[in-house]
Design a protein around this ligand. Structure first.
Ligand SMILES: [Zn+2]
Length: 83
């Protein structure tokens, strides 16, 4: 079970975004692999925000010049070609 404070903060944030019609897409993942997803607000904004987040991380990974096992795995998960 994820930290109660984190859960409460996510709920509060989601509620505020719903109220303000702001698109929210949020994922939290702990070291044990427990994941929570939160989405709130207009569907189109949520979808675009999610895509932008994915593209941002992918771009950072693409530009990252590191060949350690962790980053190799992450690049493979994102479909980034490595030599
Ligand atoms: Zn690395």
């Amino acid at each position: 079970m994820m930290n109660e404070k984190i859960q409460n903060l996510i709920e509060e944030l989601a509620e505020e975004c719903r109220k303000e019609k702001v698109g929210l897409s949020l994922a939290v993942l702990d070291a044990e692999g427990e994941m929570a997803l939160a989405q709130a607000g207009p569907e189109s904004l949520v979808s675009i925000a999610t895509l932008e987040q994915y593209n941002h991380v992918k771009e950072e990974l693409t530009e990252l010049d590191c060949d350690c096992p962790k980053h190799r795995m992450l690049k493979e998960l994102y479909g980034i070609e490595t030599e």
